[in-house]
Write a protein that binds this ligand. Sequence first.
Ligand SMILES: [Zn+2]
Length: 83
Amino acid sequence: MSATAQTNAATSEHDDEDGTDSVYVHLVAALAETPCDHALPHPRRWAVDHGVPEAIIVDLLERHGGFCDCEVVTNAWARLVGG
Ligand SMILES: [Zn+2]
C-alpha cells in the first residue's frame, strides 16, 4: 500500500468497502469504552491492525494537533478531513 493509500484508509470517515474501519471510527469506539490516557494507543493499534507503519499515523495526527486520543477526535480530525 502506498503512503497516500495508507493515509486515505486512515482518514476515511466511514467504513471502507472492504470493511476496514478508519482511525476515527476506531477511536470513537475505543474512547466510548475507556477514557483518554493522554497518548495515542488507539491510532497505534489501528496502524498495527491494518499493516500501516505507526509513524505515518502518529505523524499525521500530531501534525494536525492530535497529540492524544481525545485531541484527535475533538481537534485534529476536523483539520485533517477539512484540509
Ligand atoms: Zn486526551
